[in-house]
Design a protein around this ligand. Structure first.
Ligand code: HEM
Length: 412
């Protein structure tokens, strides 16, 4: 693997805009202004990627859903035209079924859907509530009224504890897998650094799977291990599946907790509504609106076109790449009136923050439940929660595949 995200880009045709574009530092919750401009110009535009290759950027909500739901596109990073491999790879090789097409994608995904069903996830709500309450107790019992880094003491532990419990990964190893995950999703890491990080965690998970083959427990790793024993998965496939679940299970939700909290602190009227409500429907609605408004998987859903597709008067040819920037799909005024306003009372559930089509997020019931518990608890229990540094000093993750905050200093 020789691609890098930071290396020199070959000479570019000035007429073709480069993607990704920088955000405006004054508006850290908004998509880059250049992306919004492209959206107002039309639903499809050609862009140039880091490695100099060109791809179609799909800017509007309706077209994004149409293409993500179309079987003529492929999530396989080895297909000709797949938008810049380096851009997609969080580690080494294919990260299980998220980078596969049906029927193999469906076969593998089906093996792990059970624990993420809404009913199963609802049964975990009391346990998640007690994790959240316990961490808040620790914060309040700790260093007076702060400051503390909310990412470190709250946002990252919650989803990490939960996914560890579901998978059967020992939580005491969290620093090891969290640090390696950070490298895997950092766009400024070299491909070699990302590969090493990915191999480290894969090796660790392969070891745990081996133990579960010998001695099964009541956890998701054991049911994945049983598929190896049954000859339905080889060890490598099982390991990549566990890796996908571990990474997706903690890094995403952690960023939503921290970034969502900061967005609410910057929108005190919305925070007040949330703090003062006892209505679980309003809390659930706030979760959907924050997912829409913040859209942490900000570098777009990427696909290779495998058969010509005609859309919005344009033919996208087989062998070309498409990137659905759901971040601006969620800010499309045709789909969400007054899209740049954070309004937790709006019905935002149709957002595309979890993607769309066959690859739509498997963990969304879990992510939703965790965020509902967090957003419904934290600001009530610590009503005076505030940012403990100037906003300009907060470090946003412009350098990661998943947007969020490196730290969130808060006091109360
Ligand atoms: C706020 C939190 C989350 C966000 C914003 C999010 C977002 C996404 C998005 C946009 C996709 C689609 C990828 C694509 O189309 O290429 C996806 C897929 C996926 N997510 Fe999540 N996710 C979140 C939490 C989780 C959690 C907690 C898990 C639990 C393990 C999870 C597991 C997965 C898996 C396994 C896939 C691949 C699905 C497939 O390819 O069939 N996600 N996620």
């Amino acid at each position: 693997m020789t691609d890098t995200l930071t290396g020199p880009v070959p000479e570019a045709d000035d007429a073709v805009p480069e993607f990704p574009m920088p955000r405006q530092s004054r508006c850290p919750f908004d998509p880059p202004p250049a992306l919004k401009d492209l959206q107002s110009q039309g639903p499809l535009v050609k862009v140039r990627l880091w490695d100099g290759s060109e791809s179609w950027l799909v800017t509007r909500y309706a077209e994004q859903r149409a293409i993500l739901g179309d079987p003529r596109v492929s999530a396989d990073i080895d297909k000709p035209g797949y938008p810049s491999k380096a851009f997609a790879e969080a580690g080494e090789g294919k990260l299980s079924f998220i980078m596969m097409d049906d029927p193999e994608h469906a076969r593998l995904r089906r093996m792990v859907t059970g624990p993420f069903a809404v009913k199963k996830i609802e049964a975990l709500r009391p346990a998640v509530q007690s994790i959240v309450d316990g961490l808040i107790d620790d914060m309040l019992a700790g260093s007076g009224s702060g400051p503390v880094d909310l990412v470190d003491v709250f946002a990252l532990p919650i989803p990490s504890l939960v996914i560890c419990e579901l998978l059967g990964v020992p939580y005491e190893d969290h620093e090891f897998f969290q640090e390696n995950t950070k490298t895997m999703v950092r766009t400024t890491a070299t491909p070699e650094e990302r590969s090493v990080a990915s191999r480290e965690v894969a090796g660790y998970l392969a070891g745990l799977l081996g133990k579960r083959i010998a001695e099964p427990k009541d956890d998701l790793l054991s049911s994945i291990a049983a598929r190896i024993t049954a000859g339905e998965l080889d060890h490598e496939q099982a390991t990549q599946m566990a890796l996908l679940l571990l990474i997706a299970g903690h890094e995403t939700t952690a960023n939503m907790i921290a970034l969502g909290t900061l967005a609410l602190l910057q929108n005190p009227d919305q925070l007040k509504l949330l703090r003062e409500t006892d209505d679980p429907k309003l809390v659930a609605s706030a979760v959907e609106e924050l997912l829409r408004y913040l859209h942490i998987t900000h570098l777009g859903r990427r696909r290779a076109v495998i058969e010509d597709i005609e859309i919005a008067g344009q033919v996208i040819k087989a062998g070309e790449g498409v990137i659905m920037v759901n971040e601006i799909g969620n800010r499309d005024p045709e789909a969400f009136p007054d899209p740049d306003r954070l309004d937790i009372t709006r019905d935002a559930r149709r957002h595309v923050a979890f993607g769309f089509g066959v690859h739509q997020c498997l963990g969304q019931p879990l992510a939703r439940m965790e965020l509902q518990v967090v957003y419904g608890t934290l600001y009530k229990r610590i009503p005076t929660l505030k940012l403990a540094a100037p906003l300009e000093d907060v470090r946003f993750k412009d350098d990661a595949f998943i947007y969020g905050l490196h730290e969130l200093p808060v006091s109360w």
